[in-house]
Design a protein around this ligand. Structure first.
Ligand code: 3Y8
Ligand code: NAP
Length: 247
């Protein structure tokens, strides 16, 4: 057995730790989006594979027998490529994907399909807006420059921003107290978020509820059908191993 973990999330790190503890042969893969990704207890590769054909070639050359797609729910292109490459090479594939956040009592969510719809959902009147959607997809907000934007990136911006904004550089996971403090200090009136699920980014959602702030929540992209689980234990069982936790 030789597994490939398509990683880049907190869940992927938890899985890597369990696989290392079990002494299984596996490789952890980052896309190379950040300057200093967290170390993993497994041999690690960083960077794209070169599309579906590149991933299929990697699976064959590296003798990968199982692929775990533990990427972020918005890493849709990677997930689509994994489905195609695993089908081409007859490699078993499973996705480790946390459930989306669901609206709770007191949440003031406007759910939208994508970033363009998120921009449209913002008011016309100038407001303090926290864009908690990273670096890659902020350009459309330049069409509403009247707002005072706060951004949060993992790494300092390397290029000029498409609009004036204040940038917080922090990689998370984030705590409720820190989110409350940041939102209060900045007088944030609107939050734009993606429905990432999991615990690493949900503090801002809980803080919004506490402060009574409206959240524009971007729904997840559609992903192709594939076997999907929500726990490390389920992945380990799929690999034919019980976890230390769920033994
Ligand atoms: C490179 C690996 C851990 C994993 C930490 C999780 C939690 C914190 C929440 C906010 C939202 C955002 C962003 C976010 C979260 C965790 C997790 C998660 C959101 C790292 C990581 C990599 C990335 C890539 C990065 C994206 C960006 C998205 C910031 C490591 C830290 C906004 C997603 O500059 C860039 O190009 C950054 C790109 C993809 C989305 C974007 O479009 O900008 N994640 N994030 C992975 C790789 O190269 O393969 O550096 O160690 C992982 C984590 N990010 O160790 O606990 O598990 O989800 N990541 C979103 O919208 O939710 C932050 O600020 O409130
Ligand atoms: P994406 O748009 O779905 O993927 C674009 C391309 O990046 C892929 O086709 C692949 O290149 C490469 N790639 C992506 N993830 C990879 C991985 N784990 N290992 C090797 N190559 C990878 O991806 P993304 O949304 O930018 O996410 C990139 C990474 O950040 C992923 O690891 C993801 O888990 C992590 N992340 C993303 C988000 C988010 O909001 N999107 C949040 C937290 C963490 P090739 O076509 O060349 O193979």
């Amino acid at each position: 057995m030789r597994a490939l973990i398509l990683g880049g999330t907190a869940d992927a790190s938890l899985l890597a730790a369990e696989i290392a503890r079990a002494g299984l042969d596996a490789v952890y893969s980052y896309g190379g989006r950040t300057r200093a990704p967290a170390d993993q207890p497994l041999p690690t590769r960083i960077g794209g594979f070169g599309g579906v054909s590149g991933l299929a070639g990697y699976l064959r050359c590296q003798g990968i027998t199982h692929v775990i797609d533990a990427t972020h729910p918005f890493a849709a292109e990677m997930s689509r490529h994994a489905v195609e490459a695993c089908a081409q090479t007859c490699t078993p594939l499973i996705a480790l994907e946390r459930a989306p956040w669901t609206r709770a009592s007191g949440d003031k969510w406007t759910e939208v399909a994508d970033v363009t719809a998120a921009v449209a959902a913002l008011p016309e009147a100038p407001a303090n807006v926290f864009l908690a959607i990273g670096r890659q997809h902020i350009a459309p907000f330049a069409t509403k420059p009247q707002h005072s934007y706060t951004l949060r990136f993992v790494d300092p911006p390397e290029a000029p921003l498409p609009f004036t904004a204040d940038v917080i550089v922090s990689r998370g996971p984030f705590t409720l107290d820190c989110e409350l403090d940041m939102l209060r200090k900045r007088g944030t009136a609107w939050i734009v978020a993606r429905n990432s699920g999991g615990d690493g980014a949900r503090a801002k959602i809980d803080a919004a509820r506490t402060l009574g702030l409206p959240v524009i929540m971007i729904s997840r992209p559609a992903l192709p059908e594939r076997r999907r689980v929500e726990s490390v234990t389920a992945v380990m069982q799929w690999l034919g191993h019980s976890t230390r936790l769920g033994a």
